[in-house]
Each structure stands twice: as structure tokens, then as C-alpha cells.
Design a protein. Sequence first.
Length: 279
Amino acid sequence: MAPSLIAGKLLGAKTLVLDRVQSSRRPDLPPVFANSMPKAGTHLQERMFDLLGYRLSSILELGPSSGQDALDPGEVALVAKRLRRLRPGCSIRAHAFHFPELAQHITGNGVKTVTIVRDPRDVCVSDAFYVARTPGHRLHAHYQGLDESGRIMASIVGVESGALDGDAPSLGIAEHYKRFLPWLERGPGMVARFEDLVGPRGAGTDEAQVKAVGGIVEYLGLDMGTAEIERVRGDIFWEGASTFRKGQIGSWSDHFTLDHTSAFDTAFGDMLQSFGYGA
């Protein structure tokens, strides 16, 4: 199995049986590829699909951890197989850069795609805290040797291979978002924003949350009334996920120093506006 595909989460016999049962129960739910950058609201998105009635079928990682800029033939074959077998009522939770072959197989198999984005400055702060407290993360040891400011800077600019005992370098946040940008520019699917989905408990608004959840429901073609949408959005902010920290909009401003801001602005340039975020 290709190293970027999470072992044990793809194509197991038990998964296929449970997916088949789910599809018979919820044939009205189109299969979904739920994509996000790490720390950009993955569990917020997963919680929403759970409330909509989906079963999480598998987890897929293509790019953000490995830094790869292309898929090898084995990865393409596995991705094609998984998407071909994804049934109604089921979802794949993904952290995936945009690869032409991936987009082609998503479209060819009639899979709906919802990509969630978040202000990359908030992603940097969330990432810095997450890596430092997660022993299984490949950057954990390096981050443990840094203070909070150094960890945030590492999440902004990346980590060179020499600082990781020869392991693959960690890409900076701008390079991550550059490889993610085609999802917004040419799809497939729709884009949702963390800041809209999180609602008032995450410093968002009721109005934006209603519109965001309603837009996803409409994109999926689901027959849901106002009361059902209210039920979903009322429970979408969930603090029970193991990786949950704060889930707040704009908390980066409490942590960024002038050096962080300068490094971020230099790396991102005008790309921040391409994602719909201002200064």
C-alpha cells in the first residue's frame, strides 16, 4: 500500500459490508468526498456529515503529511478503486492536495465533494499546538524543542530536512495552500468555510451558519426542512473530538508576533485573498 494512504482504513471487508448496509438504509444520500486541510475544521465537517446521516467509510491522506506533488500509479489505482466502491450514504474524510487524477475519478464516479477552508493563520496556530501535544506526529520531537513562538514559526515557514534527522522536510503553510487552491479554482465540488460553519459558539454568526449548512444540503440534493437544518447546525460545534482545542475564529491574532506576521505575509503574498481572507 502506498505510504500516503492510511493503512487499515481502505477497502477492508468489514468496511465494504457496513457500507452496503448503510447504502440500503440511506440511498438518498449521495457519496461524499469530504476534504480539508489539516486543522482547518476536519472534525467540524465530519460532525456535520454524521448529523446529516452519513457513515464515515474511510480516511484518506494525499499530500499534506508527505509533501508529495504527484500520485504514483499505485496510489492512482487505489484511489480509483476506493471512489468506485464508495456507496450512497457513505463518506471519505480526506486531507488531499489537488491532483488531476483524483479530481477525474471523483467526477467520473459521481462523488460529491465538499472542501472546507479556514484562515491559514488560524491553521498555523492550531497546528503548532496540535503537533506539540501529539507524540505520534512526525514533527513532535522537533516541536518539543521549540517554544510557542518557534512552533508557530515552524508551521508558517516549514521545517528543513536537516532539522528532522534527514526525514522529508515539512512544507510551510503557503505551499500547502498553493497545492490546495485548485479545489477552489476548478473543483470538483463546492467550498465551505470554517468561519461560516462554526457558528456563534466559535465566534461566528447564526446567519452565516444557516446559510452554510443550507448551501451544503442544497448541493447534496437533500430534502430537508428548516427544522432539520436547525437540528444539524445546533449540534455541529462539538468539543468531543480528540484533536479539538478551541475552534474559534481569529484566535491567531492572540498568538502572532510581528515576526510571524512578516513571515506569513512574505510567504503568502496575494494568495490569502484568493482564499477569501483579508489582512
